[in-house]
Design a protein around this ligand. Structure first.
Ligand SMILES: Cc1ncc(COP(=O)(O)O)c(C=O)c1O
Length: 398
């Protein structure tokens, strides 16, 4: 993912957790070792229910890429969620939960509750996908020709390029057909004997500028109207993508505010029988996960204390690189006057710097630190660099 505006909302010191919760985290870290990545499934269920409460007309496809831990997929599966997958391995994570269903039920699930939302698919993937006849997205003519040749049974969704202004992670430079060429692309698909069932867009991840959604809905609505008047084709699926912002800090407006705008625009712009989908990733998992790590080294450099911990930007903190997010590092076990401190990851690369300005009390080797709201695009991009494996995952409230 790339960004135009490094606008991460959580670069302000977060309040410490209360003592009871900190003791609980410490007990988990003592039991399981560190680094430990704790997933709270009750929080995921709450997020899902909140989404459904404020956007009752919208079918929720969890974007598996945000955190593909199969237990998260299972929790959301049990809640009744649908899934956005972007690779064959992600598809198979979901498939695992439906493989033993009777044939018809399984096929209906794939039709109704999975979308393959990567506009670019290798030929081998299309050949494998074809038997499942899922919904797949596309945004260009070359992809259409590939789909015609290798997955003609798929249902198509055209992804549009829409404004990503101010979003923390922008996606429109890489994906989406220009609105001006959309109807011609849809015509080309029908001419090839394919069926375009829907339109989709993504306003950029952690989208705090709600006008992006409003503009995107307006664009989609005019294309749907033009399809009907020019091609005589009814488009009845509208996929509004992800982007739903997490309240990393109180300045981020709540989902309820965004939902009020969206619901009003749905009613104003689209017919009653329009099926509306969304692909939230971050919103469902970010605040459900906490990382606990341990201080494994300590030095004094450039006039400040430096702590070396056993997780870093090649691991769970990789979200600081790929997701443009910053995760405040807080002391779990020690209290005392805060000093501006540097916190580094465990690898031999100086790039493995989590922060040069954490506010931490005087820590010793063996002390524990933690970061909250670290569930999205974090452990998902963790590597084994330098031989350090990803953090151990522990589930609570499963
Ligand atoms: C196609 C698509 N859908 C959904 C998502 C999830 O977005 P978010 O985590 O902002 O909700 C992404 C994220 O990159 C995406 O590329």
């Amino acid at each position: 993912m790339t960004t135009t505006t490094p606008l991460c909302g959580n670069d302000r010191p977060a309040p410490q957790k209360d003592r009871g919760s900190r003791q609980f985290l410490e007990a988990l870290a003592r039991e399981h070792g560190t680094p430990v990545f704790i997933i709270d499934h009750e929080k995921i269920r709450e997020n899902y229910r909140e989404f459904k409460k404020y956007l009752p007309k919208v079918q929720v496809y969890f974007a598996v890429k945000a955190n593909s831990n199969p237990a998260i997929v299972k929790t959301l599966f049990d809640e009744g969620a649908s899934f956005d997958v972007a690779s064959m391995p992600e598809f198979m994570i979901v498939y695992e939960f439906i493989k033993d269903m009777p044939d018809k039920e399984r096929q209906d699930f794939i039709w109704d509750r999975i979308i393959y939302a990567n506009t670019i698919k290798p030929i081998e993937t299309l050949e494998e996908l074809n038997q499942y006849k899922p919904l797949v997205t596309f945004d260009n003519i070359e992809e259409l020709k590939k789909i015609r040749a290798h997955a003609p049974q798929a249902g198509l969704v055209l992804r549009l390029r829409v404004p990503n202004t101010g979003s923390m992670v922008e996606l429109s430079s890489k994906f989406g057909a220009d609105p001006g060429e959309a109807v011609d692309l849809i015509k080309a698909a029908f001419d090839l004997g394919l069926v375009v069932e829907g339109l989709s867009f993504h306003v950029g991840s952690q989208c705090t500028n709600f006008e992006n959604y409003v503009e995107a809905l307006q664009i989609a609505s005019s294309i749907i109207d033009e399809c009907e008047s020019r091609l005589g084709q009814k488009i009845r699926i509208l996929d509004i993508g992800g982007g739903f912002p997490v309240r990393y800090n109180p300045d981020v407006r709540p989902l309820a505010d965004l939902a009020a705008k969206l619901n009003a625009e749905f009613a104003r712009l689209f017919p009653e029988d329009m099926q509306i989908l969304a692909e939230p990733g971050r919103f469902l998992v970010a605040n459900a996960c906490t990382l606990v790590a341990k201080v494994v080294g300590k030095a004094h450099r450039d006039g400040k204390p430096c702590y070396y911990i056993n997780d870093g930007v090649y691991h769970t903190y990789s979200g600081q690189v790929f997701d443009h997010c910053t995760y405040p590092v807080l002391s779990l076990t020690k209290e005392g006057p805060a000093r501006i401190s540097a916190v580094f990851g465990p690898t031999c690369d100086a790039f493995d710097t989590i922060t040069l300005s954490a506010e931490l009390p005087n820590l010793e080797i063996g002390d524990l630190v933690y970061s909250e709201n670290i569930g999205a695009y974090s452990i998902a991009s963790s590597t084994y660099f330098n031989g350090f494996p990803p953090a151990k995952v522990v589930h609570i409230n499963r």
